[in-house]
Design a protein around this ligand. Sequence first.
Ligand SMILES: [Zn+2]
Length: 240
Amino acid sequence: MINARWVRTGSTLHPVEVVEVEVWWGRPSQQLPWHADLLDATERRRRAAFRRPADQARFTVATAVLKLAAGQRLGLAADRVTIDRTCADCGRPHGRPRLPGHDLAASISHSGDRVLVGLTGGAPVGVDVEEISRVDPDELAGHVLGTGEAAPTRPEFFCYWTRKEAVVKATGDGLRMPLSEVVVTPPGEPPRLLRYGDRAELATCLADLDGGDGYAAAVAVLGAGPLRVHRRDATALLTP
Ligand SMILES: [Zn+2]
């Protein structure tokens, strides 16, 4: 069947319904002094508020990756990319990242030795990475798993958790949406959103990401899809 509607990305043509997402992977240990120069005054205050150097490194590298990746896409120097994190609930700078004035949507996640940034051409996106060894699933199962969902092993639990967390970050609901009310396909089945609270149908594309040994990760993008995930290594951005 010939689809008459196509869209050009770079030199390739795609049917219009394809949802494209770039997922950038970095590591806190890749932090270099010049990355901090990319932070604006609000981001510097936020960085300083983290007591532990490891948390400062995760925040700094994640911010640098987003600014460098968005700058590359926009043809702008990274220090000219502004991230607005104003929280819709309280006004403090810890909300979902927005790039004012640009048709880009972004999401940031970090855990352990991983920094993950998702970037789309405007479709709301959520990414989540979790270090599998970091928390005890038994303590969180009641918050994460819904009726009929079971995760006997840690990798299965973290698969559920990252799929659901990616979805609530894509919708922008975050903590307002109980993860137990977000129903996704079980680990081992292709990732798909089945129900979102009382909404049986919310057009959302979902994919598991390979975070390497000891990590689970997922990306969600609002839209009918299909989803095309472009995996990117941030090393070249962070170490020119
Ligand atoms: Zn807030």
